[in-house]
Ligand binder design. Structure first.
Ligand code: ATP
Ligand code: MG
Length: 202
């Protein structure tokens, strides 16, 4: 008897910190694409960001775990954090394929800002063979096939998700200025940030 494929959504990010924009987009995509699971994968050492401005992988992983709460279709993976060094999507997908086995159908989820840079990702030429890409709308960024490298258009889906103009950068800035982050992140993440005095420095 032929077994169905396991449809896995992979949501990569720095998650510094994870916020409701990430969670709402992931849940919307899960439902629209009938995905079996969404795996949040916090990056180890992000290649596109400056060192020093990233909170420790342990904090980012813990906040992600707290944020997914009781959503039984959401999980958090430490593959990129465990691998250490810079995180490459290609390596992550290959590793997940080993873990989940041959029946895996991978959908990599990115925001409109991130998908526009896909051709700059490490060994990006192999990515279309490894996964399908779901590019979600994000306030402040234009979502359209014209923004996507032609080599990726055949493996990329575009989807409008409920618009939440939230970014981790803005959350970090608000904390530095002593402003509220209530309702931008799950309450449990807000408490974790305050308890551990994260993002208060310059
Ligand atoms: P930073 O400001 O530090 O870059 P961020 O809010 O962009 O943080 P990331 O961890 O960089 O969060 O993003 C992970 C993924 O989630 C990316 O693909 C990004 O485009 C997407 N994303 C982030 N925020 C939103 C949002 N509000 N709506 C839709 N997608 C989002
Ligand atoms: Mg970002």
């Amino acid at each position: 008897m032929k077994k169905d494929l396991f449809k896995l959504g992979i949501m990569g990010g720095t998650f510094n910190p994870i916020h409701h924009g990430h969670l709402a987009a992931a849940e919307f995509v899960r439902e629209e694409f009938k995905l079996d699971e969404i795996l949040f994968v916090p990056s180890g050492e992000p290649p596109h960001k400056h060192k020093g401005e990233i909170t420790s992988p342990e904090h980012r992983w813990t906040m992600s775990l707290l944020a997914i709460g009781s959503n039984e279709c959401f999980s958090v993976s430490s593959v990129e954090i465990d691998r250490g060094g810079e995180s490459y999507t290609r390596d992550t997908i290959l590793e997940l394929k080993k873990i989940y086995g041959a029946r895996l159908d991978c959908y990599f989820i990115t925001g409109a800002d991130a998908i526009a840079e896909i051709s700059t990702w490490h060994k990006s030429e192999n990515l279309p063979e490894l996964a399908k890409f779901i590019a979600v709308s994000r306030p402040g960024y234009k979502l359209g096939m014209s923004k996507i490298d032609p080599r990726f258009r055949r493996c990329t889906y575009l989807i409008e998700v409920p618009a939440l103009a939230i970014s981790s950068t803005e959350i970090r800035e608000r904390i530095r200025k002593g402003k509220t982050i209530k309702y931008l992140v799950p309450e449990i993440v807000e408490r974790y940030i305050h308890k551990n005095k994260l993002y208060q420095g310059v």
